[in-house]
Ligand binder design. Structure first.
Ligand SMILES: CCCCC/C=C\C/C=C\C/C=C\C/C=C\C/C=C\CC/C=C/C(=O)SCCNC(=O)CCNC(=O)[C@H](O)C(C)(C)COP(=O)(O)OP(=O)(O)OC[C@H]1O[C@@H](n2cnc3c(N)ncnc32)[C@H](O)[C@@H]1OP(=O)(O)O
Ligand SMILES: Cc1cc2nc3c(=O)[nH]c(=O)nc-3n(C[C@H](O)[C@H](O)[C@H](O)COP(=O)(O)OP(=O)(O)OC[C@H]3O[C@@H](n4cnc5c(N)ncnc54)[C@H](O)[C@@H]3O)c2cc1C
Length: 665
């Protein structure tokens, strides 16, 4: 079959909505769409940003290639006078993880969030001009999740007005920070502040690591790359590093002092702000990771959807065409929930960005009331969306059959780059346990007149939700947003209340929390899923212009919610929110919804507006011309440079000759 081009054109004609209008909804606004469109085309049309050769490069070549691209990107950003948002887009579309992600994504925000005005004035201009390059050095060989367990020390020396940064043990070696291994000149390093023998806990310090003249490590600094990581090219473009400090001295004013200060006399002074603001950079990045999940998942879904329309297997009658695999109900039941999830994560990501901006404004006005909510939402949604995205990318690979396993499908690299998102910025289970603590606190305060707010506001109706039984009678009832919302609220509140009741049976609450951790994680997942469903529903209550666009989003919203209900049917049944018959009606409705998505599937992934360069996938090509291009690509593999491979004469020929001699004997 070599008529893939015709097939996708035919698919596009089937769409029942205006794809150009959907592009605007996906992008967030017309302005955002135009920005992404312009910058992605700019990158795609520049040969310096080609990436199809990435998987054939060895680590050193790959790393050098990354440095070249980063430097070239910076040159273009300056030549074109791109603003911050445009520059961020350009780096994203270059699509090659690099030290710059950590410089702009964590080092700069750490100084912005935790530095005093004076510190910001000193360091930020240098960082903005890239006259210094920074990383975020928190994790150690022995401690990642447990930030309070970090061992690196920063001891105040009142005689010299300096901090002495030291790695007392092997396990205190900084381990993992991106950009640290080979490139960063500076780090925001996290260390225990020790004054006069007293430990004041973990704080951030700006430490210079390498000379700005010859890039050699400064005295007392041992530094390098931690080695090859999962996947071939993937995240190996990044120099995740190891760092040891041997009594490295820095001036006192290089402790980030927005949250707390150390005076010239060595007095520790806390500002009137919560100490958790030291963790602020992580909250910021977790929020960005949620938005990024929709990008990674939508890329995989775009590839799998287009290829599923091109690929045909079985069902040929009288020599006619075989069936497009996208028409198999099993393919739809695996693919369309992922398509719906990509849209769901897009909208919840937009909402989370708003929440983060809101909490930031409040913090500036010394209002810390929404910080726990912001922490719980960013932690929980980071966990939920990255887990679903990593699993979803792998499912998309399987949806593409054998060809999905080829690097030229783009899926292996996407998976390998993406999967550490389940670990970095907080292990996903550890983060869900933070959400669970927040939920348990909320439940425990229910009777106290302390009204739950924000995403836990539904708990205020806990008595009503404990009595709830779904009144669904027919499959169409599951299309009503309120019906879905109530079922999700009842399930989430019942799971939290059950955990709280079980916790109260333990004399020692911490012991109970450890013992019930698996149930607590399930309750946290139920709460986070409710947030995503409710934010999708809220999105649909807004004015959504464009022919047929709202209808498609309603279908996707129902798919997202009913797919979760189907997947977690055990929760909904065991909490008594719905009965088995209602569960089957949800599955029936889901099948109807898949049929409604089918004619629109290609247009729904076209709405992501990804260039072929960004997708980096032969299977996901816009024109659907898969087979000729796959065939062509195979011959480009370095193994095909010679007909007889290196090593044949050395190893295989003697073996063959030996066999021949043996046969003759
Ligand atoms: C395909 C190509 C890709 C190319 C890429 C191109 C472009 C990128 C584009 C998009 C990407 C988007 C952005 C990403 C940018 C860069 C990212 C790139 C790479 C990632 C690099 C990774 C970096 C890292 O991993 S940094 C290290 C992260 N480390 C962690 O996350 C550690 C996790 N642990 C913790 O956070 C804490 O230890 C803990 C688990 C929260 C526990 O803390 P502890 O103090 O012990 O707390 P508790 O005692 O439990 O709680 C005390 C009290 O505090 C409250 N709390 C805790 N944390 C916070 C917080 N952050 N904010 C507010 N409040 C907090 C807690 O609830 C409790 O409150 P209570 O007392 O009221 O109950
Ligand atoms: C690609 C990549 C890039 C990174 N970049 C950076 C960076 O730039 N800067 C930086 O500082 N760090 C970075 N990190 C480190 C990262 O933040 C940590 O790896 C992460 O926080 C997880 O910590 P850990 O490795 O200590 O995992 P661990 O905590 O050791 O987790 C191991 C297992 O134990 C479980 N576990 C741990 N604690 C608990 C608990 N309390 N209850 C139940 N289960 C638990 C986890 O769920 C997991 O299954 C990066 C990591 C990766 C993989």
């Amino acid at each position: 079959m070599e008529d893939g081009v015709d097939h996708l054109a035919f698919e596009r004609n089937k769409a029942q909505f205006d794809v150009e209008d959907m592009k605007i909804i996906w992008a967030g606004s017309r302005q955002d769409f135009e920005l992404s469109d312009r910058i992605s085309r700019l990158v795609a049309s520049d040969p310096a940003f080609r990436k199809d050769d990435r998987t054939t490069l060895d680590r050193k070549e790959l790393f050098k290639n990354t440095l070249r691209k980063a430097a070239y990107a910076w040159k273009r950003i300056n030549e074109l006078r791109l603003n911050e948002q445009e520059a961020y887009k350009l780096r994203s579309f270059v699509d090659q993880p690099a030290f710059t992600d950590l410089h702009w994504g964590m080092f700069v925000p750490a100084i912005q969030g935790q530095g005093t005005d004076e510190q910001q004035q000193k360091w930020l201009p240098l960082a903005y001009r890239m006259q210094i390059i920074g990383c975020y050095a928190q994790t150690e060989l022995g401690h990642g999740s447990n930030v309070q367990g970090l061992e690196t020390t920063a001891t105040f020396d009142p005689k010299t007005d300096e901090f002495v940064i030291h790695s007392p043990t092997l396990t205190s070696s900084k381990w993992w920070p991106g950009g640290l291994g080979k490139i960063s000149t500076h780090a925001v390093a996290y260390a225990r502040l020790i004054i006069g023998g007293e430990d004041h806990g973990v704080h951030g310090f700006i430490v210079q690591l390498r000379s700005l003249d010859d890039h050699l490590p400064l005295p007392g600094i041992t530094i390098g790359d931690i080695g090859m990581k999962f996947g071939n090219a993937a995240y190996n473009t990044m120099d995740n590093g190891v760092l040891r400090f041997d009594h490295v001295r820095i001036p006192r004013n290089q402790m980030l002092m927005r949250v707390s200060q150390v005076t010239r006399e060595g007095k520790y002074v806390s500002s009137n702000v919560p100490r958790q603001l030291v963790y602020g950079t992580m909250v910021n990045v977790r929020q960005k990771i949620v938005a990024d999940a929709s990008v990674a998942l939508s890329r995989a879904v775009c590839i799998a959807t287009r290829y599923s329309a091109v690929r045909r297997q079985f069902g040929s009658h009288n020599g006619g065409l075989e069936t497009q695999v996208i028409d198999y109900k099993t393919q739809q039941a695996r693919l369309f929930p992922l398509l719906a999830s990509a849209y769901a994560f897009r909208f919840v990501g937009g909402w989370l960005k708003w929440l983060y901006m809101d909490v930031t404004e409040r913090l500036q006005a010394n209002d810390f009331s929404t910080l726990p909510e912001a922490h719980a939402c960013t932690a929980g949604l980071k966990s939920l969306t990255t887990t679903a995205t990593a699993d979803g990318i792998e499912e998309c690979r399987k949806l593409c059959g054998g060809h999905g396993y080829l690097c030229s499908s783009g899926l292996p690299e996407l998976f390998a780059v993406y999967v550490p998102a389940c670990t970095y910025e907080g292990d996903n289970v550890v983060l869900l346990l933070q959400v669970a603590r927040h939920l348990m606190k909320t439940v425990s305060q229910l009777g106290s007149g302390n009204k739950p707010v924000g995403t836990t506001a539904y708990m205020a109706r806990v008595e009503q939700l404990m009595q709830y039984h779904s009144d669904v009678e027919k499959a169409e009832d599951w299309l009503k947003p309120n019906v879905v919302l109530e079922a999700f609220e009842a399930r989430a509140s019942r799971m939290s209340v059950a955990c709280a009741q079980n916790l109260s049976k333990f004399a020692n609450p911490e012991e109970g929390f450890q013992e019930l951790a698996a149930d607590l994680v399930d309750a946290a997942v139920a709460h986070c899923q409710l947030i995503v469903v409710s934010k999708f529903i809220e999105k649909l209550q807004q004015d959504i212009p464009g022919k047929g666009v709202k209808k498609q989003l309603e279908v996707l919203c129902s798919i997202y919610a009913l797919f979760l209900l189907h997947k977690h049917l055990g929760d909904f049944l065991s909490t008594g929110c719905i009965n088995p018959k209602q569960g089957s009606l949800a599955s029936e409705q889901l099948r109807n919804l898949y049929s409604q998505v089918r004619p629109n599937a290609i247009a729904l992934v076209d709405a992501f507006n990804y260039t072929d360069h960004y997708l980096g996938s032969i299977l996901g090509r816009y024109d659907g011309n898969v087979y000729p291009k796959l065939y062509e690509e195979a011959w480009k593999d370095p193994l095909n440079d010679s007909v007889v491979p290196d090593g044949f004469k050395e190893y295989i020929q003697p073996m063959l000759k030996q066999q021949l001699r043996n046969a003759r004997l």
